[in-house]
Design a protein around this ligand. Structure first.
Ligand code: FAD
Length: 337
């Protein structure tokens, strides 16, 4: 009989993030009423509402910040106190940095980038993707505790009633100097522009066409920037890009100033998980479109009726000028907001 622990850290406001609630949903499905929950943070009052038979908390200002020494000590203490054989945790950057080391201290096994967990014949199996998301593998492990970091967007977030478990505070002995490191601030990956939003409903992809000569024989990069930024601000979509467009900056051409390689979607870029995607001025070549593997509803705007999207890669292709389309869409958004 496995003991399943859901292990989370709180966000700055004391709540559990969406990705944590998704992991909780998966853990609850697996363990049912016998789930044990562990919550770490400055304010863990949310722990009382979790659907668990036992709730362990580590609370204090020392645990407010993401810091290896204190996070690892707290996570280790909760894992030991729970007697967990299976630990399901959200794949936040904070946990991804710390939990492999904690697992080593516990003498267990750890898997990151897990996209699914399931029970078959009473045995636990995990799923993850390999070789740039081209192959999916399902596997089991004998090492215990088995720590699984679940990726975002892979399970419905938990919502429901609290369990019967009382909240127990776990003492964490901190070695001298554990709080030496402090977080002084958070720097966005783009200069002042937060454009990558993993939880957005829509992925908006820009392609190299935005910087190419248009009907009048001239490029209109500044106009493109204004249109795209207004659309992103109004819709809160996440911004993806083709490789050609993010590479252009290295080739000395006029570029969209807010794009970096972090935005690149595709074979050598990212494989985001938004429900919908809209590609603009992007040809839809295979190395780009493989990054759309998890996008369920796909649309594209391209002047070329023969572009890659037209060949079964998009649900809808609008054969149109993306400048005109975005101008009109932004106008509609302005009118309705
Ligand atoms: C090994 C390898 C790995 C690669 N990995 C990646 C990857 O990870 N991601 C990636 O994206 N690419 C990748 N590529 C490159 C990929 O093959 C394409 O070259 C790239 O995706 C093309 O980018 P694009 O569609 O933006 O540009 P282009 O091919 O230049 O297409 C521009 C498009 O814009 C359209 N257009 C122009 N003006 C307008 C307008 N006003 N309105 C509407 N449409 C307009 C044009 O019709 C055209 O279709 C890789 C290639 C290789 C060989």
């Amino acid at each position: 009989m496995e003991t399943v622990l859901f292990l989370a850290h709180t966000e700055a406001d004391g709540s559990l993030g969406k990705i944590a609630l998704e992991s909780l949903g998966a853990a609850k499905e697996l363990a049912g009423d016998s789930l044990v929950a562990g919550v770490i943070g400055e304010n863990t009052s949310t722990a009382g509402s979790l659907p668990a038979s036992r709730v362990l908390t580590v609370t204090g200002t020392e645990f407010a910040q993401a810091r290896y020494a204190t996070d690892a000590a707290a996570a280790e203490a909760v894992c030991r106190a729970s007697g967990a054989t299976i630990v399901i945790a959200p794949a936040t950057s904070r946990w991804a940095r710390v939990l492999p080391g904690v697992t080593h201290r516990l003498g267990g096994s750890v898997d990151t980038h897990v996209t699914g967990i399931s029970l078959r014949g009473g045995k636990l199996f995990a799923t993850r993707w390999y070789y740039r998301q081209r192959m999916e593998g399902t596997f089991e492990r004998s090492g215990r505790p088995w720590v699984l970091l679940l990726e975002s967007g892979c399970h419905a977030p938990w919502s429901g009633a609290a369990g019967a478990g009382a909240v127990e505070a776990v003492e964490v002995p901190l070695a001298e100097g554990s709080c030496r490191t402090t977080v002084q601030g958070v720097q966005e990956s783009q200069a002042g522009q937060q454009t990558i939003r993993p939880d957005a409903e829509l992925l908006f992809v820009t392609g190299a066409g935005w910087t190419k000569a248009q009907r009048d024989g001239k490029p209109h990069v500044k106009e493109a920037e204004t249109l795209i930024l207004e659309f992103l601000a109004k819709t809160q979509a996440s911004l993806g890009s083709s490789k050609s467009l993010v590479d252009i900056s290295g080739e000395g051409q006029q570029v969209l100033g807010f794009l970096t390689h972090m935005n690149q979607v595709g074979q050598t870029g990212s494989t985001p998980r938004h429900p919908k995607g809209l590609a603009t001025c992007c040809h839809g070549e295979e190395p780009h479109v493989v990054g759309w593997r998890f996008i369920r509803e796909r649309r594209a705007v391209n002047l070329d009726p023969n572009c890659g999207w037209a060949r079964g890669k998009a649900d809808v292709l609008y054969v149109a000028d993306a400048f005109e389309v975005l101008e009109n869409v932004n106008r509609c958004l302005r009118e309705t907001s």
